[in-house]
Design a protein around this ligand. Structure first.
Ligand code: S3P
Length: 176
């Protein structure tokens, strides 16, 4: 890992990567980037628009570039990674080399509640229903999150403040 690593948050949709990441960035005085925002800004399209125009493979290609770009920043960042970014071995290796990677874990039922109002922005949740899809992705992706992450922070039953505190403690431990 780099000497002053980025802080990268990974986990399923609804895990709180963006909310927790923005708050951690504020607390740490670091810039915050969300890989989905980088991709949207590059292409001038929303995530659903990119899925519609290029399909998931096209989105993943741009996601790989976005992960490479943000990881290459000389300034230590807080990075919220799109939920599927860690499926790519190249992304996992890059993130692990440059960042403290924290998996924000949550039960799929809690995730489904959290994303209830934002399903429209998440193409993967639209088709078969958020609950069933998140339960399936939880099983399929757990090995990739585990392989990517240096540490896991459980978010079930914890407030955003408590999760932010736990993540910042992990970073402090790794800096020490
Ligand atoms: C995805 C998660 C989304 C976004 C895209 C695909 C995924 O990001 O990258 O819809 O495959 O889990 P969030 O995890 O920030 O919702």
């Amino acid at each position: 890992m780099a000497s002053t690593p980025h802080l990268a948050l990974v986990g399923l949709m609804g895990a709180g990567k963006t909310t927790v990441g923005a708050r951690c960035a504020e607390g740490l005085g670091r810039p915050f980037v969300d890989t989905d925002d980088v991709i949207e800004a590059t292409l001038g399209l929303s995530v659903p628009g990119i899925f519609a125009a290029l399909g998931e493979p096209g989105f993943r290609e741009h996601e790989r570039r976005a992960v490479a770009d943000v990881c290459a920043s000389p300034v230590p960042l807080v990075i919220a990674c799109g939920g599927g970014a860690v499926l790519d071995p190249e992304n996992r290796a890059r993130l692990r080399d440059t960042s403290l990677v924290v998996w924000l874990r949550a039960d799929p039922s809690a995730l489904a509640e959290r994303v209830a109002d934002e399903v429209a922005n998440r193409p993967l949740l639209r088709e078969r229903g958020a609950s069933a899809t998140l339960a399936r992705l939880d099983v399929l992706r757990a090995p990739a999150y585990e392989a990517a992450a240096h540490v896991t922070v459980d978010t079930d039953g914890r407030s955003v403040d408590q999760v932010v505190e736990a993540v910042i403690e992990e970073l402090a431990r790794c800096d020490a």
